[in-house]
Write a protein that binds this ligand. Structure first.
Ligand code: NAD
Length: 355
């Protein structure tokens, strides 16, 4: 078990990382009046464990599983149930689930009575390696992913990889998507992944969660509110990931992150800012985790990138992998972005095993 302490001007909180942290810390961290937010699948798997550790009969809101849960209607239901359960200003909201539950529970905690204590217990690889820290909360709005939200850091986090035993292969792949994203800004991590024969197993995931959270913590501490340009690197691949996610709506967030990293590295390559050798290495890593990410009609999906939060003018902003351990900001007109996505997708069409 290891700890990461995150200190920013607005908050200081501890992440308890490692196998067994849930049993060790949950009952210490969660006391007094509390309200659990989870989703249908996670609660079905772990309700007996929760009852065992926290006692039976606590108020809980069960969201639908998956991205559809990230709606205003659902946010309203959460707040309504908190009110009905008599939650006071000194209550604790406990997020128990993946990144969707975490983003929604954080937003509910931030809004209820102008802010109540918030504890994150992430249960997916993606949520443990990435979304459980940094304080970004979100709900989709107007058809745009994560358009509305707040910065609201948790008071404590428990990241216990024992929850991964029930994850599907797809959810493991999604977690690896954000882990590879971290590797695009961390040379050592890139090397570790390249040299690892099998990107799976309890010890491997436990190590990855600690490495990725340590990296994210160091970045968030320098640019808590994403205003200084430092935190942007955590968004590599995400302009295209969010555009594809909004347009296709078939795969999961982490799979779109993998695709986004590939397409944005390709854009950088064609613009002459990513070197060929690094592109091939990144491609090999991504293709170890997913089939060639071919998508049809990418020009139409490209238009969804016009609403990306990083855009400052009519150009599309992408944070693309450019060399070992480094991502760079590229601003290009929609027509150029769209043409390069199309070229990339045409090349992938012929790849063996394109998905
Ligand atoms: N706030 C941030 O900084 C941040 C960062 C990255 C991603 N995100 C958000 O995170 C979301 C994606 O997170 P996610 O991939 O965890 O998705 P998710 O929360 O939808 O979880 C994926 C699926 O796994 C199931 N699940 C969760 N834990 C499980 C377990 N232990 N065993 C079995 N099944 C389990 C869920 O029911 C769901 O069906 C996106 O909405 C994305 O925008 C937020």
């Amino acid at each position: 078990m290891k700890e990461i302490v995150i200190k920013t001007s607005a908050a200081e909180y501890t992440v308890h990382c490692g196998g067994g942290t849930f049993s060790k810390y949950a009952s210490q961290i969660i006391s007094g009046q509390f309200f659990v937010i989870s989703d249908r699948d996670v609660f079905a798997y772990y309700r007996y464990l929760l009852w065992d550790v926290l006692g039976e009969g606590f108020p809980v809101y069960i969201m639908p599983s998956g991205e559809t849960g990230k709606s205003f209607a659902n946010l309203k239901c959460i707040l309504t149930e908190m009110l009905k359960a008599g939650m006071r200003r000194d209550c604790t909201v406990v997020s128990f689930g993946g990144g969707v539950v975490g983003d929604m529970a954080g937003l509910a905690a931030a809004l209820y009575m102008r802010g109540v204590r918030f504890v994150q217990i992430p249960t997916t690889l993606l949520a443990q390696a990435d979304s459980c820290i940094g304080g970004k909360t979100a709900v989709d709005f107007g058809g745009i992913k994560n358009l509305v939200g707040t910065f609201y850091p948790p008071a404590e986090v428990i990241a216990d990889p024992r929850f991964f035993s029930t994850l599907s292969d797809r959810d493991i792949r999604c977690g690896l998507g954000e882990i590879i994203k971290c590797a695009t800004i961390d040379e050592d991590l890139f090397g570790v992944l390249e040299n690892c024969k099998d990107l799976s197993g309890f010890d491997f995931f436990e190590d990855m969660v600690f490495r990725c959270l340590s990296l994210k913590a160091s970045i968030v501490q320098q640019d808590e509110f994403d205003l200084k340009g430092i935190r942007k690197v955590l968004n590599s691949g995400h302009t295209t990931a969010h555009a594809f996610e909004g347009y296709y709506r078939k795969k999961s967030h982490g799979e779109y992150v993998l695709a986004g990293l590939y397409y944005e590295a390709y854009i950088a390559l064609k613009l002459g800012v990513c070197d060929e050798e690094y592109f091939e290495r990144l491609k090999n890593l991504i293709f170890r985790v997913m089939k060639a990410p071919f998508f049809p009609e990418v020009e139409k999906a490209a238009e969804a990138a016009l609403s990306d939060k990083k855009n400052r003018d009519a150009n599309i902003c992408v944070i693309a992998p450019v060399s070992l351990g480094k991502c760079g900001e590229i601003r290009i007109p929609l027509q150029v972005y769209s043409r390069l996505l199309k070229e990339c997708s045409d090349e992938l069409k012929g790849e063996h095993g394109a998905c």
